[in-house]
Design a protein around this ligand. Structure first.
Ligand code: NAP
Length: 253
């Protein structure tokens, strides 16, 4: 399968959805710059793809390191056509222990990690009048969900940011998309003790994300049944919203 993207940069490529997107893109002929902190896992991905994916380890929370890496990637691999900003962390919230560091880590990695990448990518892509940026958020960003207090707000912020950037970059040649997965079977979800309806295999999730990105539409969301239920919840009047939440989600968890 030949690809419309010559060069892609993916953060969060050492594991889960990011790794599988990197693997599928590399298999399809795209040169992939794979980033995360775990250098060994990135090297393993590189070996698995016969060098089509190359390791560029970094911590997305370190703005200077991100900027330096992106410049290095462009110098070595050529202009980035597609950037998938997928690095993220999830820690279940426990009401009994307010772990403030988990809230801070969510902001630093999930939100500022994306902002750090955008700060270098957007001017570069705008300058040449082309490029596609995919921000991986979550359907957990649609509404406040219990246990997701350290996580959901960071994903809501990403969706909001992506909406604004899509509008602001209209006509510049730079496309912004948001990928909102439901539950996907990855290391991130393996310790979850609550029910995860419509849990998707990571291969399916990565394929749906890439298929959606090929259309350049704004939102790529899967599985649709769960997503549309939460989208509907978002527009309900609050008394009805909380009545349903307290009787369904909260009771099950
Ligand atoms: N799985 C789901 O059900 C689900 C649902 C909705 C949205 N998502 C989102 O999808 C994305 C991928 O999640 P996943 O399920 O594939 O999780 P995962 O398997 O835990 O992968 C997370 C990735 O983020 C990287 N990462 C974490 N902190 C980082 C940092 N400071 N700097 C650079 N990379 C960092 C990790 O690599 P290192 O640890 O090596 O740095 C890893 O490659 C996340 O943004 C997540 O919020 C997942």
């Amino acid at each position: 399968m030949s690809s419309e993207w010559r060069t892609a940069w993916i953060t969060g490529a050492s594991s889960g959805i990011g790794r599988e997107m990197a693997r599928q893109l590399a298999t399809g002929g795209t040169a992939v710059a794979a980033s995360a902190r775990g250098a060994e896992s990135l090297q393993a991905l590189s070996a698995e793809t016969a060098g089509k994916a190359k390791a560029y380890p970094l911590d997305v929370a370190d703005a200077e390191a991100v900027a330096a890496r992106v410049r290095e990637i462009e110098a070595e691999m050529g202009e980035i056509d597609l950037a998938v900003l997928c690095a993220g962390v999830w820690k279940p919230f426990r009401m009994s222990e307010w772990e403030v560091q988990n809230f801070r880590q969510g902001i630093d990695v999930n939100y500022m990690g994306v902002v750090n990448a955008l700060a270098v990518l957007v001017p570069m892509m705008k300058g040449r009048g082309r490029g596609h940026i995919a921000i991986v958020a979550s359907i957990a960003g649609y509404v406040g969900l219990i246990k997701a207090e350290t996580y959901g707000p960071t994903k809501a912020a990403l969706i909001n940011l992506a909406e604004a950037l899509r509008t602001e970059l209209h006509g510049t040649g730079v496309t912004v998309s948001v990928v909102n997965p439901g539950f996907v079977d990855t290391p991130m979800t393996k310790d979850n003790t609550f029910p995860m309806p419509f849990l998707l295999p990571v291969e399916t999730a990565a394929r749906r994300a890439l298929d959606g990105l090929r259309t350049k539409r704004f939102e790529i969301v899967f599985p649709r049944r769960l997503a549309y239920t939460l989208k509907l919840m978002r527009i309900l009047p609050y008394p009805l919203f909380f009545w349903i939440m307290q009787r369904t989600v909260a009771r099950r968890q």
